[in-house]
Design a protein around this ligand. Structure first.
Ligand code: 5GP
Ligand code: ZN
Length: 127
């Protein structure tokens, strides 16, 4: 399969692997949004969250909980933002979780809010 993350996991493409076990590989993002921006990537190819089995998803969360204190201690980050894109906005179609360390006064604008809110209309569609 022509998948860049499968190639990284198979060792065909180099990467900076910071953690690895039987289920996932965690490596530094080549184009980071913050120092230590990492990707938790299952070793098996899943396209997106719908495709990925619950055991693997749960394991990804366990790895988040394992790594967060280590990132806090070693990188001195103040927090950790988790992002997981599916389909739209997903550059690499191999399921992965972004770990984005957050630092005081960093210039990431991940908290951008909508200018016009239509909460009731959206609620009517979703409830
Ligand atoms: P997505 O948009 O799919 O959620 O995120 C894909 C991420 O993979 C991006 O942040 C991008 O910088 C990163 N990325 C793309 N190609 C490579 C690569 O060859 N090596 C590494 N380490 N990261 C990559
Ligand atoms: Zn893949």
């Amino acid at each position: 399969m022509d998948c860049i993350f499968c190639k990284i996991i198979n060792g065909e493409i180099p990467s900076n692997i910071v953690y690895e076990d039987d289920v996932v590989s965690v490596f530094l993002d080549v184009n980071p949004q913050a120092d230590g921006h990492s990707l938790i990537v299952p070793k098996k190819h899943y396209n997106n969250v719908l495709d990925c089995d619950d055991q693997t998803l749960s394991h990804v969360q366990e790895v988040v909980k394992k790594l967060y204190p280590i990132y806090r201690d070693r990188l001195g980050c103040e927090g950790l933002t988790l992002i997981q894109n599916n389909d739209y906005g997903q550059e690499v179609k191999h399921y992965h979780m972004h770990l984005i360390p957050r630092y005081a006064d960093d210039d990431l604008h991940l908290e951008t809010k909508l200018q016009t809110k239509n909460i009731q209309e959206i609620f009517d569609k979703l409830k």
